[in-house]
Design a protein around this ligand. Structure first.
Ligand SMILES: NC(=O)c1ccc[n+]([C@@H]2O[C@H](COP(=O)([O-])OP(=O)(O)OC[C@H]3O[C@@H](n4cnc5c(N)ncnc54)[C@H](OP(=O)(O)O)[C@@H]3O)[C@@H](O)[C@H]2O)c1
Length: 258
């Protein structure tokens, strides 16, 4: 049996989650990979040079959450949890299918609460470990057609900062981070059905750069990580904008359904 640290990554079947798996394997972590597409997880696992366990779980269901919570409880070497699984929707909130809005809150908020709770207690007891919550620059603004996405990602940032404050109060060495990417070249926009052509090429980042910034930020103990100079500038602008002006910002790509 290996004595390497273990990282559990949700949404590891593509994009940012798959990239976390590759970069964490290179850093010497064994892996627990979670997503709904078991075949994709197994394909990825075969290409990694460390011990990998795959868990097919739908994290919007109680059954899926319970399965992953139990895997966390059975992993005494768990040193990193990456709450990454997520998706976007299109359209005004009241026109959008309520099922999609419900699932988004379950995945971005409730799954993050449940898995973080399962992981954090044992990490605090051992006084080592970390949780990365994959949020978005969308956490810093609200725009039409994005009410649930922006608000669930804003919740993620707030939750992460709250945990950081509690961990510091408890003098714990356990770290937490909210990772806030901008537009990233993954399957996210294909699943959403948005044409990438509507977004300027220079705004797109590679998942490898997002994950490298996150892991560097973790080494430095950064709580909010915004990869890329352009997005750091966007976030600095948004956080200094009075709320009444922030509310008038338009969504930065054409959304035919809103
Ligand atoms: N791409 C961007 O521009 C961007 C920007 C900012 C933030 N983000 C955030 O980055 C995170 C990762 O997204 P990505 O860009 O890498 O997109 P992606 O390639 O579409 O990956 C999303 C991952 O989430 C998993 N997932 C979705 N629903 C799930 C469910 N119900 N249960 C378990 N797993 C589920 C998917 O796997 P299965 O389909 O196999 O379940 C997939 O592995 C998300 O939280 C997203 O909000 C993305």
């Amino acid at each position: 049996m290996s004595d390497r640290p273990v990282a559990l990554i949700t949404g590891a079947s593509s994009g940012i989650g798959e990239t976390f798996a590759r970069q964490l394997a290179a850093r010497g972590y064994d892996l627990l990979l979670v997503a709904r597409r078991a075949d994709r997880l197994e394909q990825i696992a075969r290409t990694l040079p460390v011990d990998v366990r795959t868990l097919a779980a739908d994290l919007v269901t109680e059954q899926g959450l319970a399965l992953v919570e139990s895997a966390i409880r059975d992993s005494p070497r768990l040193e990193l949890l990456v709450n990454n699984a997520g998706f976007g929707t299109l359209g005004y909130f009241w026109k959008a299918d309520v099922g999609g809005q419900d699932h988004m809150h379950r995945l971005h908020v409730l799954a993050t609460v449940r898995l973080t709770h399962a992981a954090l207690g044992p990490m605090v007891d051992r006084n080592r470990g970390a949780v990365i919550n994959v949020s978005s620059v969308a956490a810093f603004s609200t725009n039409p057609g994005n009410a649930s996405y922006c608000s669930t990602k804003a919740w993620m940032n707030n939750f992460t900062e709250g945990l950081a404050i509690e961990l510091r109060a408890a003098r714990s060495a356990v770290r937490v981070q909210a990772l806030c990417p901008g537009f990233t070249l993954t399957e996210f926009h294909d699943t959403l059905g948005v044409d990438r052509g509507g977004i300027p090429a220079w705004l797109w980042m590679k998942p490898a750069d997002i994950v490298a910034a996150s892991l560097r930020g973790l080494d430095q103990g950064r709580i909010i990580v915004v990869p890329g100079l352009a997005y750091k500038a966007v976030v600095a602008f948004l956080t200094h904008l009075p709320p009444y002006l922030r509310r008038h910002l338009k969504r930065p790509f054409r959304d035919k359904r809103t």
